[in-house]
Design a protein around this ligand. Structure first.
Ligand SMILES: Cc1cc2nc3c(=O)[nH]c(=O)nc-3n(C[C@H](O)[C@H](O)[C@H](O)COP(=O)(O)OP(=O)(O)OC[C@H]3O[C@@H](n4cnc5c(N)ncnc54)[C@H](O)[C@@H]3O)c2cc1C
Length: 291
């Protein structure tokens, strides 16, 4: 289908983009990778009268470590994440995540920030960012503010971003030594959204005790979920198979899936249990230096 007509703006600075958002009001929409926005417009699920395309703003396509954080700029694409040396060497969970998103054509355009800003519980990065304890930098009329990812996803396709704010950057804390992460997703076929997905990031002490665990869940609720009970249970525990099994059961209990074309709620809850156990084992191997 052909989208409804709209007015197109191509600002050259973030300030200009924010001013446009202020002037045009909440019906104006930011366009970054366009890989969610354009399909929704073509299906007429969205018909924004104003599109503000931020792709012409220089300096937003970066992925680099600075001052204790990996920083992912608003125009960094999924395909950039897959090959960024800082990412491939130290953040295997991000490589796990981006490589199961859609297909290479989509990943060449889709941005990591757009994946979060869209607020879709089926998207894969939200769970991973929850596990990593990321924070998000929004820029609006009064300047920048930092939003912890835990309070970013406020409901189905809604986020803590105000209508006149742009997600400028994602900040992921640089992992401490003896930490590891993994993202696992079951999809019906390559390129599909998750039937369920689980992201795990653990920080261990030298003796095999878990200091911190982050666990995020994909597509088993109205918004991306954090398995807080499982996280709390793991803190201070030795990661043996009995502990991992109990944590996986807790995470499954925290999922809020519904029956749909991808499976029954019971099936998805059990999937969360299985994927959490596997992701914890893989994250633990990586924390010990494995691949
Ligand atoms: C065939 C197909 C399969 C897909 N499969 C998957 C999948 O398996 N897993 C997955 O995670 N995703 C999947 N996606 C979605 C894809 O990753 C999207 O690109 C992503 O969700 C949105 O990123 P974008 O840069 O394309 O954003 P856009 O489509 O440009 O924007 C999406 C929304 O976010 C807002 N927005 C975007 N950037 C910003 C910003 N910087 N600040 C404020 N608001 C912003 C827009 O206004 C819009 O409302 C798929 C897409 C397609 C077309």
């Amino acid at each position: 289908m052909i989208p409804r007509s709209f007015e197109y703006f191509a600002p050259r600075t973030l300030d200009e983009a924010v001013s446009l958002l202020q002037k045009l009001g909440p019906e104006a929409k930011i366009l970054s990778g366009g890989q969610s926005m354009i399909p929704m417009m073509k299906l007429r699920l969205a018909a924004p009268p104003y599109i503000i395309d931020i792709n012409h703003i220089p300096g937003l396509n970066y992925i680099s470590e600075l001052d204790g954080h990996l920083r992912i700029g608003a125009l960094a694409r999924e395909s950039d994440l897959e090959v960024a040396p800082a990412v491939t060497s130290r953040y295997p969970i991000l490589v796990d995540t981006t490589s199961v998103i859609a297909d290479p054509l989509v990943r060449n355009q889709a941005t990591v920030c757009g994946n979060l800003a869209h607020g879709d519980p089926a998207n894969d990065h939200p769970a991973t960012m929850l596990a990593l304890g990321a924070s998000l930098i929004a820029v609006g009329p009064t300047g920048e503010r930092e939003i912890p990812v835990e309070s970013f996803f406020t409901g189905l396709f809604t986020t803590a971003l105000q209508p006149d704010e742009i997600l400028k950057e994602i900040r992921v804390p640089v992992p401490s030594p003896s930490s590891g992460g993994a993202y696992l997703k079951l999809e019906r076929k390559v390129g599909d959204y998750a039937t369920a997905g689980v992201a795990v990031q653990i920080n261990m002490n030298g003796g095999g005790v878990c200091k911190r665990a982050g666990i995020g869940l994909t597509n088993v609720g109205l918004s991306p979920l954090q398995a807080k009970k499982a996280e709390a249970f793991l803190a201070g525990k030795t990661l043996d198979q009995s502990t991992i099994k109990q944590a996986a059961e807790l995470a499954a209990g925290e999922a809020q899936p519904i029956d749909d074309i991808r499976g029954s709620a019971d099936y998805k809850r059990d999937l969360v249990r299985v994927l959490t156990a596997r992701a914890l084992n893989r994250a633990f191997e990586r924390a010990k230096g494995g691949a």
